[in-house]
Design a protein around this ligand. Structure first.
Ligand code: HAM
Length: 422
């Protein structure tokens, strides 16, 4: 019997892992420039944590949890990173807390979904959480940073959409208005939406069912229920984004699928590459009540998470190709030793170098250099060694030249100028 990976959980082979690493490096560099520091938490948590934060009425908690039953412990694989970070934040002793805390995390998340392109049961998120700043500038700065990151990743044609969900009072009022609106159209709703009418009518607006989409036509708008403070906050978020020149679109129907959001919420979607219908590459927002609801103090918070698989589907191929390899094809033992030494010197200069020491033909070695998409190959045989030189092949340009061994390191390093190193 041959074993396979579990449905919706993917092996990530080296070529793909390099693409992941590239996105992770860009993410780390971007968020560290804004003062976020890395947090690593376990992938298993107490189930109750997600009930209390992600929310009893969210699809994730209702239908998508991977549960682990261990005698009396009720555990779950984390479906998202926000609750774990909040748990750590609350657990820190009071004196250890700065007025503002900024954390980021990267890791696998688990949701028992129906797998399709861009929707998996194990997927990877890179996210940030910021605690202690209630102001609109924090919201705008985070969204602007994300816009910049999408540009750096080569994701053209992305859209940043935002909305304000208001505070709890606005939500209570909005819920009532929505309930009244949809109750009058009960017979046109999907069975799923009818169930949601009681516990969370906002989710009907998020439904992909054509009956619910049609029924949502003309539904009340949340922005109309906002308090004066909520409106001012949202206005200032938009004004700061305008000042920064961040392109965005206010979408009054954006509600997000998790229960904890308050005020600003946002999503970025992409139309590029092979992304298809699961095109939300990241989402986030403010959750000013969660820390207190989990037993902490009254501390405001905002964050986001991006789906690495979806970012990779949206990224243009050229952006993720690595051509930074220097390949040595030595022929014979003496040339092999010389190649090891030169490779060592090149690695100290920051290059990625492979020496093909197999006892095979030059043709076989060069075939491998091509399949690894090496940028240059250095051919070193006994004759070359005796003449004190090597043959340098610039593979992308289909050119070659003889280079004195004493100048080889310098010449190879120069050949890599302007080539992206991963
Ligand atoms: P979320 O919208 O549930 O938010 O997920 C964030 C991103 O994770 C999505 O935009 C998508 O790119 C990716 N994602 C979600 N589910 C899947 C899946 N099944 N397969 C592949 N990718 C997926 C959160 O998780 C919040 N914790 C974000 C946040 C942080 N809000 C405040 N702080």
């Amino acid at each position: 019997m041959k074993y396979r990976a579990v449905k919706g959980m993917n092996d990530i082979l080296p070529e793909e892992a390099e693409r992941f690493a590239l996105v992770e490096r860009t993410f780390r560099a971007t968020v560290e420039r804004l003062g976020f520091r890395e947090l690593r938490t376990p992938i298993v948590e107490e189930l109750g944590l997600f009930h209390k934060s992600t929310g009893e009425t969210s699809e994730v908690v209702q239908k998508q949890m991977f549960l682990l039953d261990r005698e009396r412990e009720k555990l779950a694989l984390r479906p998202e990173g926000t609750p774990s970070a909040a748990r750590v934040y609350i657990g820190q002793s009071q004196w250890a807390k700065e007025p503002i805390t900024k954390w980021y995390y990267i890791g696998p998340m688990f949701r028992a979904e129906q797998p399709q392109r861009g929707r998996y049961r194990q997927f990877h998120q890179a996210g940030c959480e910021l605690y202690g700043d209630p102001g609109p500038l924090a919201d705008a700065e985070m969204m602007h940073m994300l816009y910049r990151m999408t540009v750096e990743l080569g994701l053209v044609g992305t859209t940043l959409e935002l909305n304000s969900l208001g505070g709890s009072e606005a939500r209570v009022e909005y819920r009532q208005r929505l309930k009244a609106f949809f109750s009058a159209k009960l017979e046109t709703l999907s069975p799923h939406a009818i169930e949601r009418l009681e516990d969370n009518p906002l989710r009907i607006l998020d439904s992909k069912d054509p009956r619910d989409i049609a029924a949502s036509e003309g539904a009340p708008i949340l922005l109309d229920c906002l308090s004066e403070e909520d409106k001012t906050h949202f206005g200032e978020v938009c004004a700061a984004l305008d000042e920064l020149g961040t392109p965005y679109r206010v979408n009054p129907r954006l509600v997000r699928g998790l229960d904890y959001y308050t005020r600003t919420c946002f999503e970025i979607s992409a139309q590029t590459g092979e992304i298809g219908s699961q095109n939300a590459i990241l989402g986030g927002g403010r959750y000013d009540n969660m820390i207190a609801a989990l037993g902490g103090e009254n501390v405001p918070a905002i964050g986001f998470a991006m789906g690495l698989e979806r970012i990779l589907l949206a990224m243009p191929e050229a952006k993720t190709q690595s051509s930074s390899l220097c390949f040595f094809a030595p022929l014979g033992a003496r040339a092999g030793r010389a190649a090891l030494k030169l490779a060592d010197q090149l690695r100290t200069q920051g290059l990625t170098v492979e020496v093909d020491g197999r006892d095979t033909s030059l043709k076989a070695k060069l075939r491998r250099a091509n399949s690894l998409a090496a940028h240059v190959a250095v051919v070193l045989g006994e004759t070359e060694l005796d003449a004190g030189q090597a043959q340098l092949k610039l593979l992308a340009e289909h050119a070659q030249k003889d280079v004195p061994l004493s100048e080889l390191v310098e010449t190879v390093v120069r050949a890599f100028e302007g080539v992206r190193t991963p």
